[in-house]
Design a protein around this ligand. Sequence first.
Ligand code: GAL
Length: 427
Amino acid sequence: MLDRRRFLALSSTALGVGALAACGSGGDSGSGGDGGTDVEVFTWWASGSEKAGLDALVKVFGEQHSDFTFVNGAVAGGAGSAAKDMLQSRLQASDPPDTFQAHAGAELQDYIDAAQIEDVSGLYDEYKLTDAFPKDLVDRLTVEGKIYSIPSNIHRSNVVWANAKVLEKAGIDTKKAPGSVDDFLADLEKAKGAGVTALSVGTTWCQVNLLEAILMSELGSEKYNGLFDGKTAWDDAAVTSSLEAFQKMMGYTNSDRDSLDWPDATQQLIDGKAAYNVMGDWAEAAFQQAKLKDGEDYTYFPLPGKEKIFGFLADSFTLPVGAPNADGAKAWLDTLSSKDGQLAFNLAKGSIPARTDVDESQFGTYSQTALKSFAEDAISPSIAHGAAVPVAWLNDLSDATSQFTTGASDLAAYQKALVAAADKYAS
Ligand code: GAL
């Protein structure tokens, strides 16, 4: 099982990789600590299509700020499953990177409450960003009039991806998305009949990603959003039926799931070993990198449900308190918030720009659907990716999910644990 604890145990190895990268690309020995030229950027975009996204941004940084040198502080592990713990240790030891990735919403609030990040409202004025981002997004970065980070992108979490050729073989219509979770379950049964894994999934955080998509579908946006401010009870009947659907879906998944991160689970779909994968739209970047053809080789639809919902998350970057190279960090923030930076990064990352004034015509077919949905549909914050709940709540929820999917499969006990987590943390 590769859950949060195991990731933590592995993280010293991951740090080794990051530190090595830091020395390799830092030019003048990775010191960055004296306000010199090195800028350590801490993310979890350590390999594959995620690294390709980061590389695209680094290229623009090199063009815009050639006086600074990017130092890669990436710690491997999808969704920050190892990086966030590592970062916390560093922040508590007063050893912050120059800037780090943090999700807009509840996760950012954690860093604000701990006084670990600076107010960057001044940069919004300096870089003329105040009107560049959607107001709702800036609200998720703001506390008492102070803005604490700058967003690089917007991702969608509730997408079902499918291998079109596998679907055809299984007799499933690739042009028509199912209309409900039950219809999707019926298609999973058909896919299973074709002798492949019907639904590929990875370790715990990927399973939480699947769960949140089901909750959005079954509850609808308003009721789902109420799960985080106490307006919707976690022992609601609709949560119970969501957990039942989750249990059924997990019954269609690959047996090696707990040892896989998202790229491995998505790879099963790319290789034609799995029919479906529910994942955020960083998967789109993996399909592009594998040169799959949209519509021919793969297809996608939001997990169907009560209404059209955009499962929302956004990456943003911060200025940590005590950043060794604050000027370098500000240069990084300048690049990632610039039109060129947002265009290059998001084209490679599978996300849509956080800025509203980037040339959208350059984005491909999938991203056009994301742009449209973000503009028109209800928005619900992601649980697995820091938008809806703080890290401590997510950790409890992840532990409960892991126990449920690897242990006794006791649904009532699972729901009880989710209720207990909400009682502990819901505001
Ligand atoms: C999310 C992050 C995305 C992507 C994904 C998979 O938390 O916001 O940018 O990296 O994890 O690792």
